[in-house]
Design a protein around this ligand. Sequence first.
Ligand SMILES: N[C@@H](CCC[C@H](N)C(=O)O)C(=O)O
Length: 271
Amino acid sequence: MQVPFLKMHGLGNDFVVLDARAEPRALAAETIRWVGDRHRGVGFDQLITLEPAQDADVFFRFHNSDGSEAGACGNGTRCAASLILNETGRSSIAIRTIAGLLGAERLPDGTVRVDMGPPRLGWADVPLAREMDTLHVPMAADGVSDAACCSMGNPHANFFVEELSALDVFRIGPELEHHPLLPERANIGFVQVLARDHIRLVVWERGAGYTLACGSGACAALVNARRRGLVEARCTVTLPGGDLVIEQRADGHVLMSGPVATSFKGELTLG
Ligand SMILES: N[C@@H](CCC[C@H](N)C(=O)O)C(=O)O
Protein backbone atom coordinates (compact mmCIF):
# COMPACT_ATOMS: atom_id res chain seq x y z
CA MET A 1 0.00 0.00 0.00
CA GLN A 2 1.37 3.44 -0.94
CA VAL A 3 0.62 6.18 1.60
CA PRO A 4 1.44 9.80 0.72
CA PHE A 5 3.08 11.93 3.40
CA LEU A 6 4.50 15.40 3.92
CA LYS A 7 7.72 16.12 5.79
CA MET A 8 7.52 19.42 7.70
CA HIS A 9 9.42 21.18 10.47
CA GLY A 10 9.16 24.06 12.90
CA LEU A 11 12.70 25.29 13.70
CA GLY A 12 14.05 21.81 12.94
CA ASN A 13 11.55 19.99 15.19
CA ASP A 14 10.50 17.65 12.37
CA PHE A 15 7.33 15.82 11.47
CA VAL A 16 5.88 13.30 9.07
CA VAL A 17 2.27 14.31 8.37
CA LEU A 18 -0.28 11.70 7.22
CA ASP A 19 -3.75 12.69 6.03
CA ALA A 20 -6.28 10.20 7.40
CA ARG A 21 -9.37 12.39 7.02
CA ALA A 22 -10.79 10.41 4.09
CA GLU A 23 -9.36 7.00 4.95
CA PRO A 24 -8.23 5.70 8.38
CA ARG A 25 -4.46 5.25 8.75
CA ALA A 26 -3.84 3.57 12.11
CA LEU A 27 -0.17 2.55 12.11
CA ALA A 28 1.18 -0.06 14.52
CA ALA A 29 3.83 1.20 16.98
CA GLU A 30 6.41 -0.95 15.19
CA THR A 31 5.59 0.77 11.85
CA ILE A 32 5.77 4.21 13.48
CA ARG A 33 9.23 3.37 14.87
CA TRP A 34 10.37 2.23 11.40
CA VAL A 35 9.10 5.40 9.66
CA GLY A 36 10.74 7.42 12.45
CA ASP A 37 14.11 5.72 12.05
CA ARG A 38 16.45 8.35 10.55
CA HIS A 39 18.62 5.66 8.90
CA ARG A 40 16.13 3.04 7.74
CA GLY A 41 12.93 5.08 7.41
CA VAL A 42 12.07 8.75 6.84
CA GLY A 43 12.94 10.10 10.29
CA PHE A 44 10.93 12.47 12.49
CA ASP A 45 10.52 13.70 16.03
CA GLN A 46 6.72 13.23 15.76
CA LEU A 47 4.27 11.62 13.36
CA ILE A 48 1.11 13.70 12.97
CA THR A 49 -2.08 12.09 11.73
CA LEU A 50 -4.87 14.37 10.47
CA GLU A 51 -8.27 12.84 11.27
CA PRO A 52 -11.87 14.00 10.93
CA ALA A 53 -13.37 15.92 13.89
CA GLN A 54 -17.02 16.51 14.78
CA ASP A 55 -16.61 19.74 16.74
CA ALA A 56 -13.52 21.28 15.06
CA ASP A 57 -11.98 21.67 11.61
CA VAL A 58 -9.67 18.71 12.14
CA PHE A 59 -8.30 16.30 14.77
CA PHE A 60 -4.51 16.01 15.19
CA ARG A 61 -2.99 12.82 16.67
CA PHE A 62 0.69 12.83 17.69
CA HIS A 63 3.11 9.92 18.01
CA ASN A 64 6.74 10.15 19.10
CA SER A 65 9.49 8.37 17.17
CA ASP A 66 9.56 5.62 19.86
CA GLY A 67 5.93 4.80 18.94
CA SER A 68 4.32 6.34 22.07
CA GLU A 69 1.36 8.72 21.74
CA ALA A 70 1.54 12.32 23.02
CA GLY A 71 -1.37 14.55 24.06
CA ALA A 72 0.18 17.72 22.69
CA CYS A 73 2.82 18.89 20.23
CA GLY A 74 3.17 22.63 19.84
CA ASN A 75 5.40 22.90 16.77
CA GLY A 76 3.61 19.99 15.10
CA THR A 77 0.30 21.75 15.67
CA ARG A 78 1.66 24.92 14.06
CA CYS A 79 2.98 22.98 11.04
CA ALA A 80 -0.12 20.88 10.42
CA ALA A 81 -2.37 23.88 11.13
CA SER A 82 -0.65 25.78 8.32
CA LEU A 83 -1.81 23.03 5.91
CA ILE A 84 -5.44 23.41 7.01
CA LEU A 85 -5.19 27.22 6.97
CA ASN A 86 -3.92 27.03 3.35
CA GLU A 87 -6.50 24.44 2.36
CA THR A 88 -9.49 26.34 3.78
CA GLY A 89 -8.24 29.84 2.96
CA ARG A 90 -9.44 30.87 6.43
CA SER A 91 -7.52 33.11 8.81
CA SER A 92 -8.12 30.86 11.85
CA ILE A 93 -9.13 27.27 12.56
CA ALA A 94 -10.13 25.05 15.49
CA ILE A 95 -8.20 21.84 16.17
CA ARG A 96 -9.29 18.97 18.39
CA THR A 97 -6.49 17.03 20.13
CA ILE A 98 -6.44 14.48 22.94
CA ALA A 99 -5.53 17.34 25.28
CA GLY A 100 -8.34 19.69 24.22
CA LEU A 101 -9.54 22.19 21.65
CA LEU A 102 -6.86 24.50 20.24
CA GLY A 103 -7.05 27.56 18.01
CA ALA A 104 -4.52 28.41 15.28
CA GLU A 105 -4.10 31.43 13.03
CA ARG A 106 -1.72 32.75 10.42
CA LEU A 107 -0.09 36.06 11.35
CA PRO A 108 0.57 38.82 8.78
CA ASP A 109 4.29 37.91 8.65
CA GLY A 110 3.44 34.33 7.58
CA THR A 111 4.23 32.71 10.93
CA VAL A 112 1.62 30.52 12.62
CA ARG A 113 0.31 31.13 16.14
CA VAL A 114 -1.35 28.44 18.23
CA ASP A 115 -3.34 28.97 21.42
CA MET A 116 -2.13 26.03 23.53
CA GLY A 117 -4.71 26.74 26.24
CA PRO A 118 -3.90 27.25 29.93
CA PRO A 119 -1.19 25.18 31.64
CA ARG A 120 -2.25 22.60 34.23
CA LEU A 121 -0.30 23.00 37.44
CA GLY A 122 -1.57 20.32 39.85
CA TRP A 123 0.63 17.33 40.71
CA ALA A 124 -1.93 14.89 39.27
CA ASP A 125 -2.18 16.96 36.06
CA VAL A 126 1.52 16.67 35.20
CA PRO A 127 1.33 13.83 36.38
CA LEU A 128 3.73 13.29 39.30
CA ALA A 129 3.88 10.07 41.27
CA ARG A 130 2.57 11.60 44.51
CA GLU A 131 1.14 14.82 45.92
CA MET A 132 3.69 17.66 46.04
CA ASP A 133 4.32 21.28 45.04
CA THR A 134 4.87 21.22 41.25
CA LEU A 135 7.01 24.38 41.47
CA HIS A 136 9.70 22.59 43.51
CA VAL A 137 9.97 18.92 42.63
CA PRO A 138 12.88 17.04 44.23
CA MET A 139 14.49 15.72 41.07
CA ALA A 140 18.19 16.05 40.35
CA ALA A 141 20.93 14.90 37.98
CA ASP A 142 24.49 16.01 37.31
CA GLY A 143 24.40 19.87 37.23
CA VAL A 144 20.64 20.29 37.81
CA SER A 145 18.15 20.06 40.68
CA ASP A 146 14.78 21.39 41.89
CA ALA A 147 12.46 20.92 38.90
CA ALA A 148 9.39 23.03 38.10
CA CYS A 149 6.70 20.90 36.45
CA CYS A 150 3.49 21.55 34.54
CA SER A 151 1.33 20.06 31.81
CA MET A 152 0.74 21.80 28.49
CA GLY A 153 -1.44 18.85 27.47
CA ASN A 154 1.76 16.81 27.87
CA PRO A 155 4.15 16.57 30.83
CA HIS A 156 7.10 18.93 31.28
CA ALA A 157 9.84 19.27 33.89
CA ASN A 158 12.07 22.36 33.77
CA PHE A 159 15.46 22.89 35.36
CA PHE A 160 16.80 26.45 35.67
CA VAL A 161 20.56 26.77 35.20
CA GLU A 162 23.20 29.51 35.01
CA GLU A 163 24.84 28.18 31.84
CA LEU A 164 23.26 25.65 29.46
CA SER A 165 26.48 24.75 27.68
CA ALA A 166 27.84 23.20 30.91
CA LEU A 167 25.22 20.40 30.81
CA ASP A 168 25.57 16.95 29.26
CA VAL A 169 21.99 16.86 27.97
CA PHE A 170 22.45 13.50 26.19
CA ARG A 171 23.35 11.86 29.51
CA ILE A 172 21.06 13.57 32.01
CA GLY A 173 18.10 14.00 29.60
CA PRO A 174 17.18 10.29 29.39
CA GLU A 175 17.95 9.80 33.10
CA LEU A 176 15.46 12.54 34.06
CA GLU A 177 12.87 11.52 31.43
CA HIS A 178 12.62 8.17 33.26
CA HIS A 179 12.70 9.58 36.83
CA PRO A 180 10.52 7.60 39.31
CA LEU A 181 8.53 10.76 40.17
CA LEU A 182 7.29 10.87 36.53
CA PRO A 183 4.92 7.92 36.00
CA GLU A 184 4.25 8.90 32.35
CA ARG A 185 7.82 10.16 31.80
CA ALA A 186 8.17 13.85 30.76
CA ASN A 187 9.77 16.27 28.36
CA ILE A 188 12.83 17.65 30.15
CA GLY A 189 13.59 21.34 29.54
CA PHE A 190 16.85 22.99 30.58
CA VAL A 191 16.29 26.73 30.92
CA GLN A 192 18.73 29.63 31.06
CA VAL A 193 17.04 32.99 31.68
CA LEU A 194 18.93 35.61 29.65
CA ALA A 195 16.62 38.55 30.44
CA ARG A 196 13.07 39.08 31.69
CA ASP A 197 11.89 38.75 28.07
CA HIS A 198 14.40 36.21 26.78
CA ILE A 199 14.96 32.54 27.62
CA ARG A 200 17.40 29.99 26.23
CA LEU A 201 16.05 26.45 26.20
CA VAL A 202 17.24 22.96 25.32
CA VAL A 203 14.72 20.12 25.48
CA TRP A 204 15.18 16.40 25.81
CA GLU A 205 11.83 15.18 24.47
CA ARG A 206 9.93 12.24 25.93
CA GLY A 207 9.88 9.53 23.29
CA ALA A 208 12.05 11.41 20.79
CA GLY A 209 15.21 12.56 22.61
CA TYR A 210 17.27 15.64 21.80
CA THR A 211 15.35 18.04 19.57
CA LEU A 212 16.21 21.28 17.80
CA ALA A 213 13.01 22.81 19.17
CA CYS A 214 9.98 21.88 21.28
CA GLY A 215 6.93 24.13 21.14
CA SER A 216 5.08 22.84 24.19
CA GLY A 217 8.47 22.83 25.97
CA ALA A 218 8.90 26.53 25.18
CA CYS A 219 5.40 27.21 26.59
CA ALA A 220 6.19 25.21 29.75
CA ALA A 221 9.51 27.06 30.20
CA LEU A 222 7.76 30.44 30.05
CA VAL A 223 4.99 29.29 32.42
CA ASN A 224 7.41 27.89 35.00
CA ALA A 225 9.84 30.82 34.71
CA ARG A 226 6.90 33.16 35.37
CA ARG A 227 5.79 31.06 38.35
CA ARG A 228 9.32 31.48 39.74
CA GLY A 229 9.11 35.25 39.13
CA LEU A 230 11.97 35.24 36.59
CA VAL A 231 10.32 36.59 33.42
CA GLU A 232 7.44 38.70 32.10
CA ALA A 233 4.36 37.35 30.31
CA ARG A 234 5.93 37.59 26.83
CA CYS A 235 9.33 36.11 25.97
CA THR A 236 11.47 35.15 23.03
CA VAL A 237 12.51 31.54 23.58
CA THR A 238 15.76 30.70 21.80
CA LEU A 239 16.12 26.99 21.02
CA PRO A 240 18.96 25.28 19.12
CA GLY A 241 16.84 25.54 15.93
CA GLY A 242 15.77 29.18 16.33
CA ASP A 243 13.31 31.46 18.10
CA LEU A 244 9.69 31.09 19.20
CA VAL A 245 7.65 33.90 20.73
CA ILE A 246 5.63 32.74 23.73
CA GLU A 247 3.04 34.85 25.51
CA GLN A 248 0.77 34.04 28.43
CA ARG A 249 -2.48 36.02 28.30
CA ALA A 250 -4.22 37.40 31.38
CA ASP A 251 -6.70 34.45 31.22
CA GLY A 252 -3.77 32.01 31.46
CA HIS A 253 -3.83 30.80 27.84
CA VAL A 254 -0.37 30.35 26.34
CA LEU A 255 0.17 31.53 22.76
CA MET A 256 3.08 30.31 20.66
CA SER A 257 4.23 31.86 17.35
CA GLY A 258 6.96 30.87 14.95
CA PRO A 259 7.85 29.74 11.45
CA VAL A 260 6.74 26.54 9.73
CA ALA A 261 8.27 24.86 6.67
CA THR A 262 7.63 21.95 4.32
CA SER A 263 10.78 19.94 3.52
CA PHE A 264 9.44 17.47 0.96
CA LYS A 265 6.61 15.10 0.12
CA GLY A 266 6.84 11.38 -0.50
CA GLU A 267 5.12 8.02 -0.34
CA LEU A 268 5.49 5.32 2.30
CA THR A 269 5.29 1.73 1.17
CA LEU A 270 3.44 -0.13 3.94
CA GLY A 271 2.58 -3.77 4.39
N1 LIG B 1 7.77 18.48 19.67
C1 LIG B 1 6.67 18.73 20.49
C2 LIG B 1 6.41 17.86 21.68
C3 LIG B 1 6.07 16.44 21.25
C4 LIG B 1 5.47 15.52 22.27
C5 LIG B 1 6.39 15.12 23.37
N2 LIG B 1 7.58 14.47 22.94
C6 LIG B 1 5.62 14.27 24.38
O1 LIG B 1 5.75 13.02 24.41
O2 LIG B 1 4.88 14.86 25.17
C7 LIG B 1 6.29 20.17 20.65
O3 LIG B 1 6.65 20.96 19.77
O4 LIG B 1 5.56 20.49 21.58
